[in-house]
Design a protein. Sequence first.
Length: 273
Amino acid sequence: SKSQVSYGERAQQHPHPLARKLFEIAESKKTNVVVSADLTTSKGLLDIADKLGPYIAVLKTHIDIIDDYQYSVVEELKALAAKHNFLIFEDRKFVDIGNTVQKQYHGGALQISSWAHIVNCTMLPGEGIVQALTQTTEGDNFPHKDDRALLILATMTSKGSLATGEYTKLSVECARKYSRFVIGFVASRTLGDIETKTAVLDNEDFVMFTTGVNIASKGDKLGQQYQTPKSAVETGADFIIAGRGIYAVPDPVETAKQYREEGWNAYLSRIGK
Ligand code: 6AU
């Protein structure tokens, strides 16, 4: 895997333009933090995006949990992403037949493909979901092709998850087959060795996003399971996703800086610096 290679080098080598941009952001801002901004009001979301913007590489949204959602919210979010140089990841977890996910991604109430750089999907429906999402970014009338990418949810952090074994194996196979749109995974362990027994090939560069990251807690009452930024990066995370550990504490800015430092130091020791 590419886990011993620096973000700067991966920025130069990666075949996908959005992955290159992501690694450039990480390198220049010295951060591998993704804040999961699971706030339920527009104001809450935009405030956190503006305050934490300087310390994060990616802002992750669940746009459908915003009580007072209007399209202007994502326009403001886009402006903040430009101001602070971060990417937007809508954590939509598409999970349906190809025909349905195309409509959910491109049009509808949320217009996700018009503003989210990154989206994710699960492999439960089989290969067709990845094929369908990939296909619609390749049409002539889609203007954002180089600026959009997909992550496959290859394992889950919740207790008793069934995203293991054959499910995870298919995630890796589809990431390979559709690498023109899929840049990596949301997953919690090094996929190649542990889950699939299929070693990730040397020339591949799957970007690994690891969630369930929290410095102060081991889990919640609903089955979420946490590890620290350090252990996530040590076991293969390129980007660490933290939600409540950052936005739901008294001082989110100081805490974001702390996650950034821990995540960055673990990255530096991983690449031998
Ligand atoms: O740090 P938390 O527990 O407050 O938030 C974790 C965030 C939530 C979840 O919807 C999401 O990460 N998540 C995901 C993602 C990112 O796809 C996968 C998973 O297995 N576990 C998980 O918590 O927004």
